[in-house]
Design a binder for this molecule. Sequence first.
Ligand SMILES: NC(=O)c1ccc[n+]([C@@H]2O[C@H](COP(=O)([O-])OP(=O)(O)OC[C@H]3O[C@@H](n4cnc5c(N)ncnc54)[C@H](OP(=O)(O)O)[C@@H]3O)[C@@H](O)[C@H]2O)c1
Length: 351
Amino acid sequence: VSELRHNRFWTLRQYPRGLPQPDDFALAEARLGEPQPGQVCVRVLYLSMDPAPRLRMDPKARLGPPLRLGDMVIGRGAGVVEHSNTPQFRPGDYVVGELGWQEHAVVAGKDLRRVDRRLGALSTHLGLLASSGLTAYFALRNCAAAREGEVVVVSAAAGSVGLAACQIALALGCRVVAIAHGAAQARFLRQQLKLAVVDDLEAAALGPALDAALPGPVDVFLDSVGGELHNQVMERINVAARAVLYGFISAYNASAGQEPEYGRIYQLIKKRAHLMGFLLADHEAHVPLARQALSAWMREGRLQAFESITAGFELVPRAFAAMFGEAEPGKHLVRIGEEPTDQQSDTECTK
Ligand SMILES: NC(=O)c1ccc[n+]([C@@H]2O[C@H](COP(=O)([O-])OP(=O)(O)OC[C@H]3O[C@@H](n4cnc5c(N)ncnc54)[C@H](OP(=O)(O)O)[C@@H]3O)[C@@H](O)[C@H]2O)c1
C-alpha cells in the first residue's frame, strides 16, 4: 500500500516542566506501516487539542502510563479512510479515534468510530459531538440530574466542556453562573451566552464575587478545576446539591504528587449533598442517544460549537502549548489536511 510513503509525526522530546512549550516536542519522519488485516490507513484531517494528554507527559503520570521520551504524542483526531483491510470501513469513510500527532495513522478498525456527518461538521465530532459535549451532557443529565430553575455553577466555563455545559444547562432551563479563567473569557461568556459570570483570576474576591452573582444556593456544580475555586463554591451549596468532578486542571501542570485541595467535605454532611467523580467511559452505552440530542440542539440553534482552529501540522506543539496559556475560548483543533471532495477520497494511500 505505502512502501514509498513517509509519514511525519511529533514525538515527546522532553517532559514539560510546568506549562508545555513547543520545544518539548520534536518532529520525526518514518516510513508508514503497511495496514495488516483488520487495520485501516487514515489520512488525518483534524487533531484535537485536549488537556488530558498533558497528564501522561510526566514520568510519574497519574492517569494512564507515562509517555516515554521519543514516543509519538497521543491525541484524538478525525480523518478520512484511504485504505481499508477490514469490511467495517471503506475508503472515503470519515472516522475519529486515537490517531496520535501524525499525518497518517495505521490503526485497527475496531478502535475507530465512523462519523455521521449529517449530525454535524467533521470538527464537531471531536468537540461538541464528542468528549466535550458528551461530558457536559452526561454530567448534567445523568449524574447531576439538573432540573429547570436550579442554580448551576460551571467552572472553566470558557473551555470546551465548560461552554457545552453552560449551553446545555441553559437549554434545560437552569439558572447558570459561569466561572471564567480571566477577564477576556469572562467578557466572551457574557457577550456570547448572556450569562452571569465570575472571573476566578480575581482570586481574593472569588467568594464575594460568587455571592454577588449567584441567584441562590448552588444546586449543581460542574467542576474541572479543583483547589480554592472548588472550595469557595462548595461553601455555597444548597441542601441536596450535586457536585460532579470531571477534571482538576488547576494541577495539570504541577508535578505529580501535588494534588489540588478539596477541603470542604464537611459541607456534604451539613447539606446532605453528593460529590461525584466522572469518567466519560462509564457512559459509553448512552452515547448514540446523547449525540442525537446534542445534534438536535445544534440544529435548533440552542447549542453552538465554539471552535478555535489552527491550520498546519508544523503548528501542533504550538497550538497544544497555547491551549494552556491565555487561549481562545472553546474547542481547540489543528487542521492538518483538507477534507477531500467525494471523488478524491480513495487515492493517496494506494499505490
Ligand atoms: N472525566 C472525563 O471523562 C473528562 C472528559 C473530558 C474532559 N475532561 C476534563 O475536563 C476539563 C476541561 O476540558 P476541556 O476540553 O474543556 O479543556 P479546555 O478546552 O482546554 O478548557 C480548559 C479551561 O480551563 C481553564 N483553566 C486552565 N487552568 C486553569 C486554572 N488553573 N484555573 C481555572 N481555570 C483554568 C482554561 O483557561 P485558559 O485558556 O486561560 O488556560 C480553559 O478555559 C479538563 O480537566 C479535562 O481533562 C474530563
